[in-house]
Design a protein around this ligand. Structure first.
Ligand code: GAR
Length: 200
């Protein structure tokens, strides 16, 4: 079984989807840690309930971004994980971390990349006026939301949608896409061929 660790900053519903996927046997893994930058993240409660060890690396406690990155790197190394899942982790990871865990970090993003990267993806989609949006699970590289794509799922954008209704529709697909992508990784079924990922 693979060892996976999750980084989350907030509510942690995607983290929960991974925990549930493991509990049901869908994902052949153990969750060895939750790392959060936010001491009041609801994800912490979810971890406690599931018996997952929590490490808080609160960037406000560090004097510089560099010190914060160092502490985060140490926390990640301490997990000895095969895969790190970014599930609503709202900070950009430094070059060193991206380099050290290259090919072993996955992120979920609430849009069909490369459209609407960065923050407030659902708002960006509404403002642009697209008729479909969705979510993307991708490997993390040096760029922001630019790594090779593992899976995407789409949803319609409906007349009358606001950020809340669209986000909710996308989130339901995130909860399907993320456990599926984590499972593919854990079953060694992903291979990276340049920008493209082949699924066996
Ligand atoms: C999710 O919609 C996730 O895709 C998004 O934050 C939300 C976290 O929800 N991530 C990003 O926007 C990354 N830039 P959750 O805490 O309930 O999983």
């Amino acid at each position: 079984k693979k060892r996976i660790a999750v980084l989350a900053s907030g509510r942690g519903s995607n983290f929960q989807a991974v925990i549930d996927g493991i509990a049901s046997g869908f994902i052949p893994a153990v969750c060895v840690g939750l790392i959060t930058d936010n001491p009041s993240a609801y994800a912490i409660e979810r971890a406690k309930r599931a018996g997952v060890p929590v490490t808080v690396v609160d960037f406000r406690e560090f004097r510089s971004k560099q010190e914060y990155e160092g502490a985060l790197l140490d926390a990640m190394k301490g997990c000895e994980a095969d895969l790190f899942v970014l599930a609503g982790y709202m900070r950009i990871l430094g070059q060193q971390i991206v380099h050290v865990f290259s090919g072993r970090m996955m992120n979920i993003h609430p849009a069909l990349l490369p459209a609407f990267s960065g923050l407030h993806a659902q708002r960006q989609a509404l403002e642009y006026g697209v008729r479909v949006s969705g979510c993307t699970v991708h490997l993390v590289d040096e760029g922001m939301d630019t790594g090779p794509i593992v899976l995407q799922r789409c949803v319609p954008v409906l007349d009358g949608d606001d950020v809340e209704t669209l986000s909710e529709r996308i989130l339901a697909e995130e909860h399907r896409a993320l456990p599926e992508a984590v499972r593919l990784f854990c079953e060694n079924r992903l291979s990276v061929e340049g920008r493209r990922i082949r699924i066996r």
